[in-house]
Design a protein. Sequence first.
Length: 120
Amino acid sequence: MADQKKDEGAGDPIKILLEEALKRQRNMMMDNFAQILQRLPRGDTSTSSSYSGSATPFKVQVKFDIPIFEGQIDATAIDKWLNLLEGYFSVHDFFSWEKITFALLKVAPHVKDWWETYCE
């Protein structure tokens, strides 16, 4: 009886296509995993087995969505916006003047005008 149930779906074209698709997907995932493993530092004598901090095994890309700051006087909104900026700057290596320029690009025109007046 168990053998009979096992053989019922053996010739089903949908089942065959699904199995082939899953097999291709598994092989692709294994290839990707092998490529990642090849990028990791080796523990042999040519490289250090401990992480030195000067090189990373692979790069992670992060997308930040930093909204335009409208200038509202709301401590929670300001803190949230500043935290987004700090997170962005922790990933990207900017000079201080570049951080200010980037932040000015992410504010409403009246906030930028206020900043320029304040700097004068």
